[in-house]
Design a protein around this ligand. Sequence first.
Ligand code: MN
Length: 251
Amino acid sequence: MPLILLTNDDGITSPGLQTLQAAISPLGQVVTVAPDRDNSAVSHSLTMNRPLRVQRLTESSYTLDGTPTDCVSIALGKILKRRPDLLISGINAGPNMGDDISYSGTVSAAVEGTMYAIPSMAVSLAGEPPLDFIRAGKVAARLAAMILARGLPENTLLNVNVPGNPLIAGTKVTRQGRRIWENSIQETRDPRGRCYYWIGGGTPLKDSAEDTDVHAIRTGYISITPIHLDHTNHEGIFHLRDDWQLEEQEL
Ligand code: MN
């Protein structure tokens, strides 16, 4: 029976994680290790400056006072008896597309799994509250079965976004788009009249390219992006070597 590790960044009590557990449990032995509170936008951070404590909540569910990456690391190193056959992170409340995936704790947990050569997938529900995770749970289960049967390309995770509207147009395999936020820093005043800032909100500038995750979601499709661990711009290597002649320079 496959061993499947679940985690998320919204925290152990998040309804998206509970829906994922219910949808995935028919596929194998499911173990959940998730943060004890909301860790959205913590990216790939690893806690190295304080102790981490694990709490066992049920036979197959654990929480710890750390980040999604901490959860994956401690699950693989200390909690699970063997390597899992699959890691799923989510279902996130809200999209993880374009440039935002750099900030995403959900996607970073899947990156961490991929670094350990475990087939990994991040699943996000790209809707507005009130969110209904049921359809995204079904999508996750179908894709999970496919990954268990076929594996994934080397050093590659799947970043899956499911539209909030249950009337789904279809499925698109996409590339990571661009998503720059405008007016996302709110400046306001506290009760004592001092200025403070709050990051979040604002409006995303639209990526019009049709093959992107952003465009697929905007047009009602499930978006599946294969994300590679290697951030290198391979053409950039030739540009720096040949045009800049960087290796010939004394630096
Ligand atoms: Mn989140």
